[in-house]
Design a protein around this ligand. Structure first.
Ligand SMILES: Cc1ncc(COP(=O)(O)O)c(C=O)c1O
Length: 387
């Protein structure tokens, strides 16, 4: 890591601990890691070695999962707007999840062209919200009320359903209520004649970004609610999946950047660092949202809250000063933090940002201004650092 001015560091031990907590909370579930969260190859390898499947949001992620040796029963491919090519590649290699009635017909046609029968899933846009009794209009999934308009299918059979309506929930009762609503919906579908072998409940488990404003999800209470639900709905399916992303990796990553310059402009002290919006975009986007009055409301996966990370200086100084930390792009919005109190830092010191394991590296503007690409490192449980 010595030569890197800006880099991510992911910690395998934290990833494994988060996975252990999830396994305790959702016993007998299968976990399909949401690869778009952070597709770093070391992270994928660790999770796959620990029995996770992959939730793929594109045929590119199906490809990644195949490259890591996963078989079709451990890859779920759900995304709106699949091309014929996406479908042709993914049908034999994953469980393709149809996102609309039109897409369902297209998947059936392409399966026919491939000359094989495939089991597929459908994503349902449910008639309820995470914590409301109303469904919403959405580009995702097939409206529950439209299931009566299913096309005739000759080459595929629907054997699983998938739902996902909201990420970053910190209330266990909200999540438990949502799971119950989905399982009850699946039971209704079975009664109506659908074959449902697998229920994929999507994601939803959130993490604390802002220690002062948020409290952690109570995994013990969630776990006991989940155990009761799996007993109550044992007739619906024995193959239950969740597809977490941030819960596994969000807090397992930090972003570090070296201070390249320090200056005072009209009374304000600036620390100018490497890899702003082109390295770790999320703090800059949260700052922009604040400027437009969008305080503490999420716009996932770009914005989770107003203060998405804790910022520390990697030195031993105790004296503090008020600083604005910026990146080195030609944009006045390339700002990590404004007017915060930090231990005194000098050119060459590193600043560390927490909560950088999910929706971080991949979301950043890595091509912008032809700056050097931010690097990614992975510390194994044995303390080895891999790039
Ligand atoms: C369909 C689906 N599954 C899983 C996830 C992962 O969510 P999270 O990272 O909040 O766990 C997302 C995130 O947007 C999603 O859209």
């Amino acid at each position: 890591m010595q030569n890197a001015d800006a880099y991510y560091l992911y910690d395998e031990a934290v990833i494994l601990e988060n996975l252990r907590v999830l396994t305790q909370t959702f016993p007998n579930f299968r976990f399909f890691y949401s690869a778009k969260t952070n597709p770093n190859p070391h992270i994928l390898k660790t999770l796959i070695k620990n029995d996770c499947g992959i939730d793929a949001a594109s045929s590119g992620e199906v490809r990644l999962a195949v490259k890591h040796g996963l078989t079709p029963d451990k890859i779920s491919y759900s995304a709106p707007g699949k091309t014929d090519e996406d479908i042709r590649y993914s049908l034999p290699r994953s469980r393709v999840v149809a996102d609309s009635l039109g897409e369902l017909s297209r998947i059936d046609r392409i399966a026919g062209e491939l000359g094989e029968k495939f089991e597929i899933g459908i994503r349902i846009n449910p008639p309820f919200g995470m914590d409301s009794i109303f469904g919403v209009s959405s580009q995702f999934g097939i409206d529950y009320e439209s299931l009566g308009e299913m096309p005739n299918l000759s080459n595929v059979s629907i054997t699983s359903i998938h739902t996902h309506i909201q990420s970053q929930n910190l209330g266990w009762e909200t999540l438990a209520g949502y799971y119950e609503n989905v399982l009850s919906l699946a039971r209704e579908m079975k009664k109506a004649g659908f074959t449902i072998e697998t229920v994929n409940l999507g994601s939803g488990c959130g993490i604390v970004y802002d220690d002062e404003m948020q409290s952690p999800l109570d995994m013990e209470s969630l776990g006991s609610a989940v155990r009761k639900l799996t007993e109550k709905y044992a007739d619906v399916s024995r193959d239950l999946i969740i597809e977490p992303g941030r819960y596994i990796v969000g807090k397992a990553g930090v972003f570090r950047t070296r201070i390249l310059d320090k200056k005072v402009s009209r009374g304000k002290t600036y620390l100018i660092a490497s890899g702003g919006m082109n390295g770790f975009l999320r703090p800059a986007i949260a700052n922009i949202a604040k400027l437009y009055g969008h305080v503490n409301r999420g716009a996932e996966p770009l914005i989770s809250c107003g203060n998405p990370c804790k910022i520390t200086v990697l030195n031993d100084l105790e004296d503090t000063e008020t600083v604005t930390i910026t990146g080195n792009l030609c944009s006045g919005f390339d700002v990590f933090a404004r007017d915060i109190s930090l231990p005194k830092a000098e050119v060459g010191d590193f600043i560390e940002f927490s909560n950088a394991g999910s929706y971080a590296c991949t979301l950043s503007l890595r091509e912008f201004a032809s700056q050097p690409k931010v690097r990614e490192f992975f510390r194994t449980v044995d303390g080895e650092v891999l790039e």
